[in-house]
Design a protein around this ligand. Structure first.
Ligand code: AMP
Ligand code: GLY
Length: 430
């Protein structure tokens, strides 16, 4: 039977999901707050709606007779969109609101780890009273990461000793209107992501990816949703060994076992420290940009994963092309603090050469493509080595055009990758 899949979300990650399903035996429909031209090109229909409104999403799902749904971003999951779809008889690949708390409530996430003895949990405390939190900063022996418990698009965290001083962190807390924060041990090392498809207590893992959160080259500037990312031709990254990757997978496995009825993607953000991988956070969905590194090299039909999840049969074993990938985002000027939304941009998507071009949070209107407050488009180079993939991505950016947009050109370069390797060697005393 042919499937009708509803895709929720309109960013780069969702364009990657749409492309992964484009060759499957599925009719694709999509809904988002923006009209993503890449998704529109492969979908039978696209609808502009508020994806955090469960009733609006289920109404559209019924209208198109969806047999499955994939929820891309976290905001709809937090709003209970997966619950509403499931209740309407449309299986949603994405956790229900209660299970999505593993991402949407960082206090819950840490307590959950502690309660279930999940390995890799940093030392932490949670606070509702900001004065008490400030006192804790004064008393704590060492640097802390200050994290609002709720969703901030990756932009709410302040790391003492890295992004700010203890005094600045206290000022930040006092000036904020956060009602709950987590203060946790600052983890020092290199970050990496491992994502897994999860359903019916099973998990299938994907290659490690390294994202680049900071806005500017050399890891300077504020945190963003992610400026770009790379993966290697093997499961691990150049600065880690296979054991580190396996340790991360063990954390994901323990988490899936402890979470009852989780379905969708479980995303682990790890810090490779001198004591091995520690958990920075979990997300309840694909990473953006990480989905764009993972899905283009997935040989297994993504639709088979979705239908197996829904039908409660064993998930297929995944097969990946042994290729390295480099993804670079072009973002509006001023992103993330003061992004220039509503600027008309020219993106020559047909001219991306050997790279894949994914449209992200742009809006296609009658007279052209406009920026929103979020990232605009990404290019992904796929090749035998990270260095080759980087060159392909760079050349694609040049061809597609970046006027009025900003890029971190250092992502995936030999120099930056070597810095990561040296950093871990130094931590491990090699
Ligand atoms: P999160 O929203 O939890 O992903 O945090 C955003 C970013 O803040 C992470 O990608 C890390 O770079 C940084 N971060 C979060 N928690 C910690 C921690 N405990 N130690 C060091 N850096 C952290
Ligand atoms: N790339 C980080 C995230 O998707 O949260």
């Amino acid at each position: 039977m042919s499937e009708t899949v509803l895709l929720v979300g309109g960013g780069g990650r969702e364009h990657a999901i749409a492309r992964a399903l484009a060759d499957s035996d599925a009719d694709l429909y999509a809904c988002a707050s923006n009209r993503n031209p890449g998704i529109a090109a492969v979908a039978e229909g696209v609808e502009t709606l508020d994806t955090t409104n469960p009733a609006a999403v289920t109404t559209y799902a019924r209208e198109v007779d969806a047999t499955l749904a994939v929820v891309g971003p976290e905001a709809p999951l937090a709003a209970g969109v997966a619950d509403a779809l499931d209740d309407a008889g449309v299986y949603a690949f994405g956790p229900r609101e209660a299970e999505a708390r593993i991402e949407t409530d960082k206090a819950f996430q840490r307590r959950f780890m502690r309660e279930h003895d999940i390995p890799g949990c940093p030392d932490f405390e949670t606070f509702e009273d900001m004065d008490a939190a400030c006192e804790y900063i004064d008393e704590y022996d060492g640097d802390l990461a200050v994290k609002p418990a709720g969703l901030t698009g990756g932009k709410g965290v302040r790391v003492i000793g890295d992004q700010c001083t203890a005094d600045e962190a206290k000022e930040y807390l006092r000036a904020s209107d956060y009602d709950r924060v987590v203060l946790e041990e600052r983890l020092v090392g290199e970050e990496f992501t491992v994502q897994a498809f999860v359903a019916n207590g099973q998990l299938r893992v994907t290659p490690a990816v390294q994202d680049h959160k900071r806005a500017y080259e050399g890891d300077e500037g504020p945190n963003t949703g992610g400026m770009g990312s790379y993966s290697d031709a093997s499961l691990a990254l150049p600065f880690m060994d296979e054991d580190d990757y396996d340790d991360a997978v063990d954390v994901l496995r323990a988490t899936v076992e402890a979470l009852d009825g989780y379905k969708g993607v479980l995303y682990g953000q790890f810090m490779l420290t001198d004591e091995g991988p520690k958990v920075v956070e979990f997300n309840a969905r694909f990473g953006d940009p990480e989905a764009m590194n993972t899905l283009p090299i997935l040989n297994t039909d993504f639709l088979d994963v979705l239908t197996a999840a829904r039908d409660d049969v064993p998930l297929p074993q995944l097969s990946f092309r042994p290729k390295a990938t480099v993804c670079k985002y072009a973002v509006p000027e001023g992103y993330p603090t003061d992004p220039e939304a509503g600027a008309k941009v020219t993106i020559d998507a047909e001219n991306a050469g050997d790279a894949i071009l994914y449209y992200a949070s742009v809006d296609q209107r009658e007279d052209g493509i406009y920026t929103t407050t979020s990232r605009s488009y990404a290019v992904v180079g796929v090749a035998d080595s990270i260095a080759e993939a980087e060159e392909i991505a760079e050349s694609a950016l040049e061809r597609a055009g970046t006027e009025g947009l900003r890029v971190r050109h250092d992502i995936g370069t030999a120099e930056l990758v070597q810095q990561r390797i040296d950093h871990v060697d130094e931590l491990r005393g090699d």
